[in-house]
Design a protein around this ligand. Structure first.
Ligand code: ITT
Length: 222
């Protein structure tokens, strides 16, 4: 049984379109601070695997605004909780305007991280092999690692994790639509915001849908 580990029911609704019989597990894994989504998702998948003790996927997503050099990106949750979606949208649009750009270009990115405790044969998608073992670390790094007691409930820190990325381009607009979640009302793709689409319509074109499609194809083989 494959578990989709998340605290976000919106993600689960979208995932069901691709993954028949996936079980949603609500578990708030640690989200580390990093400049990219991949390491955040990989670390989360290891911890989720330690919790569930079976095959898991986690998904880490974010909104990357061109005029803000990709911000909020991996910090999207923090920005939603602090300034909120509407003000983040205004900030993105005024940054684009200040650059003389009438369109606030942005992309949504999603990285799905899969872990079942086993290794993976070579395929095009990247594998995150985890943190280095103690003997490879310098003294400071070793000290920091030894105080990090949240990893993997006693499992090795270097359990391989397979990563699948999906990206969708769009632009930031004043909020429209009642559906979806998070930044959906301010993200327009092909003339509609994601909040104006049903979960199935959104997944057919979204960052998550693209990542799920790659994952589902690979997982069916596995
Ligand atoms: P989990 O980590 O428990 O899965 P989360 O909501 O914290 O749930 P993320 O860290 O991946 O998920 O999300 C980062 C932020 O991006 C957060 O503010 C979400 O609301 C938002 N977000 C993620 N996917 C989105 C999507 O498809 N549409 C709109 N906003 C999204």
């Amino acid at each position: 049984m494959l578990s989709y580990v998340t605290t976000n029911q919106g993600k689960v609704r979208e995932a069901r379109a691709y993954l028949d019989g996936v079980e949603a597990v609500e578990f708030d894994y640690t989200e580390i601070q990093a400049g990219e989504l991949g390491p955040v998702a990989a670390r989360g998948a290891r911890e989720a695997y330690g919790h569930v003790e079976g095959p898991v996927i986690v998904d880490d997503a974010g909104l990357f605004v061109d005029a803000l050099d990709g911000f909020p990106g991996p910090y999207s949750s923090y920005v939603e909780e602090t300034v909120g979606v509407d003000r983040a949208g205004e900030l993105a649009r005024s940054a684009a305007e200040a650059d003389g750009d009438a369109t606030a270009r942005a992309s949504f990115r999603c990285v799905i991280a899969y872990c079942d405790g086993e290794d993976f044969a070579a395929t095009p998608e990247p594998v995150d092999r985890g943190e280095r073992r103690g003997q490879d670390l310098g003294a400071d790094e070793r000290a920091a690692a030894s105080t990090d007691d949240t990893v993997d409930a006693g499992r090795p820190r270097d359990v391989p994790v397979k990563l699948f990325e999906g990206v969708v381009p769009g632009r930031i607009v004043p909020p429209r639509g009642e559906g979806g979640f998070g930044y959906d009302p301010i993200f327009e793709h092909d003339g509609t915001t994601f909040a104006e689409l049903s979960p199935a319509e959104k997944t057919a074109v979204s960052h998550r849908g693209r990542a799920l499609e790659k994952f589902a194809e690979w997982f069916a083989e596995r």
